[in-house]
Design a protein around this ligand. Structure first.
Ligand code: ADP
Ligand code: MG
Length: 455
């Protein structure tokens, strides 16, 4: 099968843009679904995290979109706000070549009022979580009358999170005549059930790419009672990962592990469902821009995050199911790089651990880990927050200019810049943080003064 995007009936602009954003070839899931998606067929597809599902449906729906018709033509349902934001971001990037495509995210956990304002301005594509979308439909602040493409992204997770009722209710507002695309990391009875009730003659695509699976080195360690933290640190000091997600099963545990790591000079942050949305955002931004080296997370909080080049995943306990395990470790070893997936368990978890035994997983003794003293795992950067964002027309270039202008910082001391509606985040090299802070605190961005603080 050819993997060139140019083998597909795509516009010149789209092909050119794909080339510009560095998508040289289709990923397997894209190669297998896009011909059908572009042909208007319903598709149910299984592929692991990081396989490029977003572009698979994104390229499809953008190709079909009638830009001149300013109506909601596509609805994309996602399990969490983080995922919805990521999907919107990727689709915006794919849509760069076409002017005036309006994409709106509608998620719970954010104020309802501003969404009404945005909806009044109209949109072509809506990305959101089922609960909030339903609320808008019931209040008639959103109409799906002209919708002809429906996407369920990470459908298995939406079911796990108890959204099946909401999804059904949302569908009652949707036209029967439509294309429905369903993506899921796992194929369960429930998923197949949903597919048969909301799709028509769906084409089923599964990609189990052994190639990527093999690039993850899986190791299991049995540890004595109360030794997990120390073993975790030994793993870090022996394998020296750039960045790590440590998964645990409870919120309390997440905070505890992060605290203990911080006390050992490891820049760790916790993320879980008890955090406010803005706190979660702060954490995710810091991890992605290298202001933290370790993210300690519960499953729901970290699901579907696309952090590129994640070098290690650690399961602090044996996951509840093999599915969860697959999801978690799927985050490392992306884009061809080798990933490390480590799992810790205590003797009482042995039975569960035994179920994980197979020929590719290594069950190692903790004595194989060297004890390295004085180990630290500091982040490269520290994050500055500026209280100004898209609403204030602040752009990355403006911030960069304010920091580097007039004998300011060198641009290589400045990392990722993330601009949100009302806030912007800038990653600054550790040793330059005071200088950067002073410069922004006293200076102006676009001729205006903004509050600035260090996260
Ligand atoms: P999934 O939804 O399957 O977990 P994503 O859609 O988030 O995966 O894609 C994972 C990463 O791969 C993203 O950073 C995306 O930009 C990148 N990507 C997608 N398609 C391609 C491609 N054809 N070539 C290179 N990178 C790609
Ligand atoms: Mg995805």
């Amino acid at each position: 099968m050819t993997t060139k995007f140019s083998s597909l009936p795509l516009s010149k602009e789209m092909l050119c843009n794909l080339n510009e954003i560095g998508y040289k070839e289709m990923t397997p899931i894209q190669a297998e679904t896009l011909p059908f998606i572009l042909d208007g067929k319903d598709v149910i597809a299984q592929a692991k995290t990081g396989s490029g599902k977003t572009a698979a449906f994104g390229i499809g729906l953008l190709t079909k979109l009638q830009v001149k018709k300013f109506r909601v033509q596509t609805l994309i349902l996602c399990p969490t706000r983080e995922l919805a934001d990521q999907v919107a971001k990727e689709i915006r990037m794919l849509a760069r070549a076409t002017h005036n495509i309006k994409i709106l995210t509608l998620c719970g956990g954010t104020a309802f009022g501003p969404q009404l304002g945005s909806l009044r301005h109209g949109a072509h594509i809506i990305v959101g979580t089922p609960g909030r979308i339903l609320k808008h439909l019931k209040k008639e602040t959103l109409s799906l009358q002209d919708m002809d493409t429906l996407v369920l992204d990470e459908a298995d997770r939406m079911l796990d999170m108890g959204f099946s009722e909401e999804i059904n209710e949302v569908l009652a507002f949707a036209p029967k005549e439509r294309q429905t695309l369903l993506f899921s990391a796992t194929y369960t009875k429930e998923i197949l059930g949903i597919s048969s009730s909301i799709q028509n003659d769906a084409i089923s695509v599964k990609t189990i790419s052994t190639e990527t699976t093999n690039k993850i080195v899986e190791r299991f360690y049995e540890v004595g009672q109360g030794q997990k933290i120390n073993t975790l640190i030994n793993i870090f000091s022996n394998f020296k990962p750039q960045n790590v997600i440590v998964f645990c099963n409870t919120k309390i545990q997440a905070d505890e592990i992060a605290n203990k790591l911080q006390n050992k000079k490891i820049d760790a942050l916790a993320i879980h469902g008890d955090l406010e949305q803005y706190e979660r955002n702060d954490v995710l931004v810091q991890f992605a821009n290298k202001s933290a080296t370790v993210l300690v997370a519960t499953d729901v909080a970290a699901r579907g995050l696309d952090i590129k080049e994640l070098s290690m995943v650690v399961n602090f306990d044996i996951p509840h199911s093999e599915e969860t395990y697959t999801h978690r470790i799927g985050r490392t070893g992306r884009a061809g790089a080798e990933g490390l997936a480590f799992t810790l368990y205590e003797s009482f978890e042995i039975q569960n651990a035994d179920e994980y035994k197979n020929e590719i997983r290594l069950f190692e003794d903790i004595d194989s880990l060297k004890v390295i003293n004085g180990f630290e795992m500091r982040s490269e950067n520290i994050t500055l927050v500026i209280e100004g964002g898209k609403k204030n027309k602040v752009r990355a270039g403006d911030i960069l200019g304010a920091l580097t202008g007039e004998a300011g910082l060198k641009s290589n001391s400045i990392g990722k810049i993330d601009i949100y509606e009302r806030q912007s985040y800038v990653a600054i090299e550790n040793s330059k943080i005071d200088e950067a802070y002073e410069k922004l605190k006293d200076g102006k961005i676009k001729g205006k003064k903004f509050s600035v603080w260090i996260l």
